[in-house]
Design a protein around this ligand. Structure first.
Ligand SMILES: [Zn+2]
Ligand SMILES: [Zn+2]
Length: 208
């Protein structure tokens, strides 16, 4: 895939985009046909989402990664505060264990969602065909040059089309879509349960 050097400097978004499948001959990480460029590199860009291959896994880091760091600090802050004050004040090892457990679960479910693939729609060979097959019910994205299935939407923050688009979540750094919706709701459930546990523990703490 030819890389325009000028674009690489000014706008890495499109310079590293695998949407150009003119030399495509392989199936990519998301099950679509993409260029060999994507397969060979350890990291690449999907719009403004940075995909890093680490220990055989692909981590999807969104454009609002700095909001995810704030969220991470908040989760750790609440957990450390709970363990250092409430749990230690009661001298109950179960309180400390509970605090560590809910903090760890919140952290794991958050990271699982924050690094997940939201369901980025890559360009397939059919998208390169003239619009003869495009019916009135099909929509095409003029930015990504792809035909959008039902429920797919282009995100102007992530600069990609997302399958089953739900919303763009800055706290997760990127979109919530078909592939990370379950992880997102799992995080919400775990996080609010953890927060509830911490609040109840704090309220039941002896006052003297
Ligand atoms: Zn698009
Ligand atoms: Zn987005």
């Amino acid at each position: 895939m030819p890389v325009d050097e000028e674009n690489e400097v000014s706008d890495h978004t499109l310079a590293y985009s695998p949407f150009d499948v003119s030399d495509a001959n392989d199936t990519g990480p998301l099950g679509h046909t993409v260029g060999s460029f994507v397969r060979e590199t350890k990291s690449y860009w999907l719009g403004r989402i940075w995909v890093v291959k680490l220990a055989g896994r692909e981590l999807f880091i969104g454009p609002h990664w700095y909001c995810s760091i704030l969220m991470l600090v908040f989760i750790l802050g609440v957990g450390i505060f709970h363990c250092s004050t409430v749990a230690s004040a009661t001298s109950d090892p179960l309180q400390l264990l509970g605090g560590l457990t809910v903090t760890s679960l919140s952290l794991i479910s958050f990271l699982r969602c924050a690094f997940s693939d939201p369901g980025v729609l890559l360009k397939s060979p059919e998208d390169q065909m003239p619009n003869e097959s495009t019916t009135a019910n099909q929509r095409a994205c003029s930015v990504c040059q792809v035909i959008q299935p039902r429920g797919c939407q282009h995100c102007h923050f992530c600069q990609v089309c997302i399958l089953g688009h739900d919303h763009h979540c800055p706290w997760m750094g990127k979109c919530i879509g078909q592939k990370n919706l379950c992880a997102f709701y799992t995080f919400l459930t775990v996080a609010f349960s953890s927060l509830g546990y911490i609040m109840i523990s704090a309220l039941s703490m002896p006052t003297s």
